[in-house]
Design a protein around this ligand. Structure first.
Ligand code: AMP
Length: 538
């Protein structure tokens, strides 16, 4: 017997309609790529998103066509989040930090015919336009007065919006239809597309709003520094809209100074982003002797949050770090380390230890760890194995991609190695390919990095496994020293000595000017391994 309930289909447009009806006065603040701060309400955003939907129709976009964006976190990008998906087309957010060949590949693979562009990315597209035969329209997201000279045939976003009617009824359709497309920037091979549905997006937004996850409400003032071109800014634009939260969008200003200005000026309470961005912000505050007084919570994900960062936010800015783990394939939320009664029972030092873990699965996500034969391992906080996940917002395959080798039955293999403890807390040990195998034992490169970065003179560091004639692999530590500071190998190893077991000690420490990162801000360890591959065999 079926339940007797309405079969309302979940849709992204319904989130915006709700905000227009219930939170019409709540604000969206946006730093414009062409300069200046712009602010309006969800009611205004709703109207302009409907104009955007009409604009798409005039550009010839039909249901399920892919529409690309190369854009920062701005109010115009926000309008496309709803205008494109809401009208039944698929929003394809392209990461501008990818290599030009990867951008060419994904725009062609997704068969995008319309591209919305921020002014900073004109040179990027000018350079590759000849290799994008499918592209029919390029719309520059600026106002009329800011239209620049370009070899591209550019349309003006504000002109098109102005000409479009706001009379538009969001169509209803099957909730399983595709809504957005995001390519993972793997370190090998071509990027792979993850195709989210309306259903997965809405359920993910609902799950992420709870206090056990990101805690997004009508009272929140949120600054998602995580880009809208990276896993839909962790779904925050949807969650914030459903809640009617004040949404502060940083545009192209991701440096410490620009972020501080926005946080302070808008009284931001909740920050979300990757550790490298927070390192920049914390170092800026330290240098300028500034405190972030309004910030209550900082969600750190995308890479491990070092204990020193968790402490710095708490002790210098009275801000609580919510450590979270996820992936493009998970929309991205998997586990979150939010406040709870168990945490409240701990001493401050014990709490910091716990916060360094990546947290517990949010309701909807199941996790397990397995050995190489897919046997489930104990949840004792010690056994570590490949982390597998399952749930309604986890990808079931890649877009137009045959290879199903990452899936086994209901489980998706994340490529991460983790432990899970008795309380259900998951701790990422490493990426499976980054873990260092020394004398038959494993060394967590992440653990050593997170401790080393706690040294007051270290700005950033990376630990990689290098082939070793005796031990198979041995760790090598690469360090960027903070501006104005200096240190020696002995300073570093002396600091690590009583904090890690003896055989985890890097055999050498190299001081470098910079470290390579992926398009999503993660350390590019493959490149480092290639550079230093013979270091211990010379
Ligand atoms: P992406 O799909 O680009 O978002 O990258 C996902 C990967 O980032 C995961 O598989 C992890 O390896 C890594 N990652 C994400 N969050 C964390 C975290 N909190 N700690 C450690 N690694 C993380």
């Amino acid at each position: 017997m079926h339940g007797l309930m309405m079969d309302s289909q979940l849709s992204i447009s319904s989130i915006l309609t709700h905000a227009e009806n219930v939170h019409q006065h709540a604000e969206i603040v946006s730093r414009k790529p062409e300069g200046g701060i712009f602010r309006y309400t969800y009611a205004d955003a709703g109207k302009r998103s409907r104009q955007a939907a009409n604009m798409l129709a005039t550009l010839g976009v039909k249901q399920q066509d892919r529409v690309a964006t190369l854009a920062w976190n701005t109010h115009r990008h926000f309008e496309l989040y709803f205008g494109v998906s809401g009208s039944g087309a698929v929003l394809h957010t392209v990461n501008p930090r990818l290599f030009p060949e990867q951008i060419i590949y994904i725009l062609n693979h997704a068969e995008d015919e319309v591209l919305f562009l921020d002014i900073q990315f004109i040179p990027l597209i000018e350079a590759v336009k000849d290799k994008l035969p499918l592209l029919k329209h390029i719309v520059l997201m600026v106002d009329k007065d800011s239209m620049p000279e370009s070899s591209l045939d550019l349309l003006c976003y504000e002109e098109l919006i102005e000409a479009a009617s706001s009379d538009y009824e969001w169509p209803s359709f099957d909730e399983n239809l595709a809504a957005t497309l995001c390519y993972t920037s793997g370190t090998t091979g071509n990027p792979k597309g993850v195709l989210y549905s309306h259903r997965s997006t809405v359920i993910h937004a609902l799950a992420s709003m709870t206090n056990d996850a990101l805690g997004v409400s009508n009272q929140s003032i949120i600054l998602p520094v995580v880009p809208m071109f990276h896993v839909n800014a962790w779904g925050v634009p949807y969650a914030a809209t459903a809640a009617g939260a004040t949404l502060v969008l940083p545009g192209a200003g991701m440096d410490g100074g620009s972020l501080y200005e926005l946080i302070d000026g808008e009284n931001v309470e909740l920050l979300l982003g990757v550790p490298t961005v927070w390192l920049g912000l914390l170092q800026y505050c330290e240098k300028e002797s500034l405190t972030m007084t309004s910030v209550q919570d900082v969600v750190v994900g995308g890479a491990a949050a070092p204990m020193s960062m968790i402490k710095a936010f708490q002790e210098k800015h009275d801000a609580f770090v919510i450590h979270a783990w996820g992936m493009t394939e998970l929309s991205p939320l998997g586990t979150v380390n939010a406040r709870n009664s168990y945490m409240a029972s701990l001493s401050l030092e014990e709490r910091y230890e716990l916060q360094a873990k990546q947290g517990r699965p949010v309701y909807g996500i199941e996790i397990r760890i397995v050995d190489d034969n897919d046997n489930e391992l104990a949840k004792d906080g010690k056994a570590f194995g490949r982390l597998q996940v399952s749930g309604p917002w986890v990808a079931s395959s890649y877009y137009k991609h045959e290879d199903q080798s990452d899936w086994t039955g209901k489980w998706f293999d994340t490529g991460d190695v983790a432990t899970i403890d008795e309380q259900g807390y998951m701790n990422i040990v490493d990426r499976a390919k980054d873990v260092i195998k020394s004398g038959g034992e494993w060394i967590s490169s992440i653990d050593v990095e997170n401790i080393a970065v706690g040294h007051e003179n270290v700005a950033e560091c990376a630990v990689i496994g290098i082939a070793h004639p005796k031990w198979d692999e041995r760790p090598l530590l690469l360090v960027i020293v903070k501006e104005g500071a200096s240190m020696t190998k002995e300073d570093m190893t002396g600091y690590l000595e009583d904090k890690i077991v003896k055989w985890w000690m890097p055999d050498d420490v190299l001081f470098v000017e910079e470290l390579p990162h992926t398009a999503t801000g993660k350390l590019l360890k493959r490149e480092l391994r290639d550079t230093y591959q013979d270091y211990y065999s010379k």
